[in-house]
Ligand binder design. Structure first.
Ligand code: CDP
Ligand code: MG
Length: 729
């Protein structure tokens, strides 16, 4: 008998949904496009607050804006600033940061349409490994990580007149660091701007086209008798070059949840603006019993909704944990969609996740063809960052993927239950345009057990990358940095130690030349170190290839019903040394056939992801070339050196085989298991290193390779020197 997910009282919908005309149809020209969207813009709840918002931002250096998801914060507020002269063409830009790449790119696309300009012109975006902006871009959407990196090159962010920090409630690691950096930059810019103003002769009129020049500061940090050292630590004097004409920096912090006081307090009691939203009632259903396999349940729930409600009763949005989940459910749905009973409306699965190419993202926003219902499969990207029109049904798996960190184990990527606050946000997505329905794939009792809020990322993850960036941006003493939520001293010290072990910091905790070099890379310092080591080892080509390959979730498809076939196909690429070289073999084979679609299908290769790998590789090549590295330096078939280079960065992620047949991590004596998807699964080799740990039912090492234990000791003499001495006796 077919399994089914049962929701008590789930009834077919009665009232029809008013779908509304979306931005469909043929694009005629940019102006006409903008004209068409104008009415939509003016119908958004935020429109009535336009004047108040502009005024508040004019009068205050920092403003916190809180508004329900979908009220128009992200797409409208940056435009209001643009329309009100907060930037000067060719001189200053407004930055809008997003925690996620997909949000940055898709919102930029939408806003460019609304403004009536080609993407990359007046409105553009820049994300890691992709830049779609020009010298004329006045509104730039970017990831929070990208803006952080810009501070390295431009410590006062001189080109920006306003920074809008969006989705601040998510409290990602990078948003939190950015909050601290921006606060410091704002204070310093206010100081410089004051000096500039004082130096300007009376007759010189400020340029009134740029609002930034005649802003009045309410609380500009005048109390700062200690000057630059206010936040304790950052050394910016003499590093920011020509500062003539530099203006104050305006900061707008936007959040979708109500807990805005914390942000306000942090920014010297900055004013908070609440924007009313529009929310229709959503009926929520729970499963009667806990679900053993949420992917299966999600697939069945989507099908059930599709079959039991009229197809014009709105699209379905399914929340899953990550790309792998999404691709699994996508495959299941594609199969089911092909086998729907005669006469049933069609079902169109539309995935959306971080690594999805821009071209495929728009499918989510485009209206479905006639007699077709979209099932959008999303990560928590669709929780608050993206508002997808037409959704009336939400299926909530109740899980998300979070980065975790335990100094004894290292960094891990875990699938964990969401918080109540996330569950409520997910539910809200069903009631944006009319009353909706939310199906939670967990029991009501399980819901009651969920935490109220998620813990800010900074409290629970690996800090070495941000500590390196802080150091490279001139923050001498990271322990004294003005964090909104302070990470534990232990975690900070651990990051400092790791950077020391990687030779990024010296004995005094100062950034080394190598550390500075590593900070240039938009990569975890471990990967940057690998690339560094590859130069003297003569295998930069291979190192960059493998680092790029590791930037995606999965390179192969392993459909549940074709596991054996998929495994057999993967054998063609297998290296006895493990996954890193297996991936490299795959990339070489992929390039040989030019990424042929049929070939990918036959070999169960995830073509979408390998193409992303090629993009990343191209960007890394470009960066390395800029740094004077020969990216074509190759070791050919002599690949042992490549693995040794990886150890230069990954000596923390090593495990040794024990007499009882288990692997124990070198730095914490935790038992780790080789992931079933690894080419080393079931094999016994004396020493391994791995790319990451994933906790499912036990601790699994993913992307694993076999190495010589002595190499590990040689790679990290500061840590394992003694072990080296013993093994040489
Ligand atoms: O940021 P916030 O959640 O407040 O709202 P927003 O992202 O600015 O979205 C405002 C409105 O624009 C929503 O009603 C979306 O449905 C619409 N929108 C759209 O139709 N297409 C997009 N690509 C983006 C937004
Ligand atoms: Mg938004």
């Amino acid at each position: 008998m077919a399994k089914s997910v049962t929701f008590p009282d789930s009834e077919p919908l009665k009232e029809p949904l008013v779908h509304g005309k979306k931005n469909g149809g043929k694009r005629i020209d940019y102006k006409a496009q903008a004209q068409r969207l104008r009415a939509q813009r003016q119908a958004l709840p935020i429109y009535s607050a336009r004047q108040a918002i502009i005024q508040k931002i004019t009068d205050n250096p920092t403003v916190i804006i809180v508004g329900e998801t979908g009220s128009g914060k992200t797409t409208q507020i940056p435009q209001y600033l643009l329309e009100s002269g907060f930037t000067v063409k060719g001189q200053t830009t407004i930055a809008v940061t997003q925690p996620r790449r997909v949000a940055a790119t898709s919102i930029a696309k939408r806003v460019a349409e609304e403004v009536g300009t080609p993407l990359g012109g007046r409105v553009g975006y820049t994300i890691r490994f992709e830049d779609c902006s020009s010298a004329y871009t006045q509104l730039r959407f970017c990831t929070d990580g990208l803006l952080l990196r810009e501070i390295l090159a431009d410590p006062l962010l001189r080109r920006y007149s306003v920074v809008v920090l969006d989705e601040a409630h998510e409290r990602t690691l990078r948003t939190d660091i950015l909050l601290g950096m921006l606060k410091d930059i704002q204070r310093e810019r206010a100081r410089v701007a004051r000096l500039n103003r004082d130096a300007v002769p009376e007759t010189a009129e400020p340029d009134h086209r740029s609002r930034g020049t005649h802003m009045k500061f309410d609380n500009s940090g005048d109390q700062g008798t200690s000057g630059v050292g206010d936040s304790g630590t950052r050394v910016v004097d003499e590093t920011h070059g020509d500062v003539t004409g530099l203006d104050d920096l305006r900061i707008v912090v936007m959040s979708a949840t109500l807990d805005a006081e914390r942000f306000s307090e942090y920014f010297d009691n900055a004013p908070i603006l609440y924007v009313a939203g529009r929310q229709f009632p959503v009926s929520t259903y729970y499963t009667t019993t806990p679900q053993a396999d949420y992917l299966d349940s999600a697939h069945l729930a989507a099908l059930q909704i599709h079959m039991e409600t009229p197809s014009d009763s709105g699209d379905i949005l399914v929340f899953l944990a990550g790309q792998e989940d999404i691709e699994n459910v996508e495959r299941l749905l594609v199969e089911s969609a092909a086998n729907l009973p005669n006469g049933a409306p069609a079902l169109l699965p539309c995935p959306i996740f971080a690594a999805l190419p821009q071209a495929q993202q728009s499918k989510v926003f485009d209206p479905a063809p006639e007699f077709t219902r979209k099932v959008i499969l999303a990560t928590n990207i669709a929780e608050t960052s993206l508002t997808i029109p037409g959704i009336r049904h939400v299926v909530d798996s109740g899980v998300h993927k979070v980065r975790g960190f335990d100094p004894r184990v290292g960094e891990s990527l875990l699938v964990e239950p969401i918080s109540k606050s996330s569950a409520r946000q997910r539910t809200g997505r069903a009631g944006r345009e009319a009353a909706g329905f939310c199906y939670r794939l967990y029991t009501e009792a399980d819901y009651a057990q969920l935490a109220e809020d998620s813990v800010p990322e900074i409290k629970r993850c690996q800090l070495s990358m941000v500590v390196l960036q802080l150091k490279a941006s001139g923050v001498r003493d990271v322990l004294k940095f003005d964090f909104m939520d302070r990470p534990s001293k232990k975690a900070l010290k651990h990051a400092l130690l790791e950077l020391y072990a990687l030779d990024a910091l010296d004995d005094l905790g100062e950034l080394t030349k190598l550390g500075k070099w590593m900070a240039e890379f938009p990569l975890e310092p471990t990967y940057a170190k690998v690339i560094y080591a590859s130069v003297s080892a003569g295998c930069t080509r291979e190192a960059i290839d493998i680092v790029s390959l590791l930037s995606v979730d999965s390179l192969f498809y392993v459909p549940a019903d074709k596991r054996d076939e998929s495994n057999a196909a993967q054998m063609a690429f297998r290296s006895s040394e493990g996954d890193h070289l297996t991936y490299l073999n795959l990339l070489r084979a992929f390039n040989k056939v030019n990424g042929d679609k049929i070939w990918c299908q036959e070999h169960f290769v995830n073509r979408r992801n390998v193409k992303h790998v090629l993009d990343v590789r191209q960007q890394l090549n470009r960066l390395c070339t800029r740094l004077g590295i020969d990216t074509e330096l190759s070791c050919g078939t002599d690949l042992a050196n490549v693995l040794r280079c990886f150890l230069a960065g990954f000596f923390h992620n090593c495990a040794l085989l024990q007499p009882d047949g288990t692997y124990r991590s070198l730095n914490g004596s935790q038992i780790v298991h080789i992931h079933p998807a690894s080419s080393l699964f079931g094999k016994k080799t004396p020493a391994i290193f791995f790319d990451q740990l994933v906790f499912t039912n036990k601790l699994h090492a993913r992307a694993v390779s076999a190495v010589d234990a002595v190499w590990i000791a040689q790679a990290a003499p500061k840590l394992y020197g003694r072990m080296l001495a013993t093994s040489q006796k």
